[in-house]
Write a protein that binds this ligand. Structure first.
Ligand SMILES: NC(=O)c1ccc[n+]([C@@H]2O[C@H](COP(=O)([O-])OP(=O)(O)OC[C@H]3O[C@@H](n4cnc5c(N)ncnc54)[C@H](O)[C@@H]3O)[C@@H](O)[C@H]2O)c1
Length: 386
């Protein structure tokens, strides 16, 4: 278990350089460097960062509120064994910033926030720790609304919700919306239809060959939408049971060995990354056979600049945080008493939003990822002025 005094190593060193520091040696060293990121770096600009500790339960958490111009900051709680506190803080800052953009583009009256709990959930997650964390969420009085993320689940949100009114992602028995992957997949499909309209003049995947990498919770629902629309589908997944769940039901779906094979499939029209982040990088982009990339995975662009490589190859990239917003639309709705039809109507608008981004990208002569950022920043700035 890392402590507040662990020096950064490996990935942590990256986090440390993001924070603009070379070493993090004690608790007094951290705030100074965080302050410099927050107040002076381009990737800073966060409104509030809360460091939380509950010694009795071993809770160490960071709650980062990036921008609340549009409303309370909504974003999940990640529970992860970070190699150092610097890495955890960097992740919270980065993820909360991403949520500001995602929520703005989803048309939600919500800002961007995110929390991380430091430690291995398998080792330290207890009911008492989650309740202690929930009391910190409560202390923010509604400025931060939490939800599930990596390492936290619906059952955890049910526990955290016992301490405050600002916990979403709960089970239906506890007033929650349950599984968010249904609407996430639906939203990705809307984004893909918009990309098809932009590239081929017709908002359908009928007759197109679509490759889905990762057919887990979101990917398998996406496959259903694609088949219903008349697409030819090729899939890959590292888990055999995920593949079999689809091929048992739909024997016409083709399977390839791995993502490397999928991106090179001859005649592929669309590539849908639905597994992990970083799918678009120097090893994949030069070999993509597809004309469109549109999938559910978060943070698909491995680093800044990859969006330009996609554009240079004439590949239309539908920005991940725009098309995968169905899940956040769903959890946000819990704040008003969950209504599936209302959420589906909002997720349907991902089609129009994606079209708007492609149009703006063309008009401004910039990649769609940059156009999405510009539109989101404008929405936040307008809300601030209103
Ligand atoms: N669930 C949601 O509502 C939601 C919302 C927004 C974004 N996302 C993002 O979408 C992605 C998928 O989410 P999910 O909820 O379906 O997760 P999941 O874990 O249910 O599914 C991911 C699938 O990808 C497979 N996989 C992992 N590594 C792979 C690899 N190298 N090659 C091929 N397959 C691989 C896994 O075996 C699994 O079947 C994630 O990046 C997630 O952050 C999900």
């Amino acid at each position: 278990m890392p402590t507040w005094s662990s020096p950064p190593t490996g990935r942590a060193a990256t986090a440390a350089s993001y924070l603009g520091v070379t070493t993090v040696t004690d608790v007094t060293g951290v705030p100074a460097d965080v302050l410099s990121t927050l107040f002076h770096s381009e990737r800073g600009g966060h409104e509030q960062v809360v460091l939380c500790q509950d010694r009795a339960t071993g809770l160490k958490a960071v709650i980062a509120l990036h921008n609340t111009a549009l409303g309370p900051a909504l974003g999940g709680t990640r529970f992860y064994p970070y190699a150092s506190e610097a890495e955890a803080i960097a992740d919270a800052l980065n993820l909360s910033r991403g949520m500001s953009y995602k929520n703005a583009m989803a048309g939600l009256d919500l800002g961007g926030g995110k929390a991380v709990i430091i430690g291995d959930p398998e080792q330290i997650k207890t009911e008492e720790l989650l309740l202690a964390y929930g009391r910190f969420v409560a202390s923010l009085g509604g400025r931060y609304v939490t939800a599930c993320d990596v390492g936290t689940y619906v059952a955890d949100m049910d526990v955290i919700a016992r301490t405050n009114r600002w916990t979403t992602g709960r089970s239906p028995e506890n007033g929650g919306a349950g599984d968010s992957s249904v609407l996430t997949a639906f939203g990705v499909f809307q984004g893909m239809r918009a990309a098809a309209q932009t590239l081929w003049g017709d908002p359908t995947l009928r007759g197109r060959k679509v490759g889905v990498a990762g057919v887990g919770k979101v990917g398998h629902y996406l496959v259903e939408h694609l088949l219903e629309d008349g697409a030819e589908v090729v899939i890959t997944d590292v888990r055999e049971e995920s593949v079999r769940r689809i091929t048992d039901k739909h024997p016409q779906v083709a399977v390839v060995a791995d993502t490397n094979a999928l991106i090179r499939v001859e005649g592929l029209d669309v590539y849908a990354p639905c597994a992990l982040g970083g799918a678009l990088n120097e090893e994949t982009v030069p070999f993509l056979t597809a004309g469109i990339v549109c999938g559910a995975a978060n943070n698909q662009l491995a680093h800044a600049g990859i969006e330009k490589d996609l554009e240079a190859r004439g590949i239309l990239y539908a920005p991940d945080y725009v098309v995968n917003a169905g899940g956040v639309i769903q959890v946000a709705d819990e704040l008003h008493g969950f209504d599936f039809d209302r959420c589906k109507a909002k997720a349907t608008k991902i089609f129009d939003t994606t079209l708007e981004i492609f149009a703006r990208a063309k008009a401004d002569g910039i990649p769609p990822a940059a156009a999405a950022d510009r539109i989101a920043e404008q929405r936040m700035a307008d809300a601030r002025r209103a």
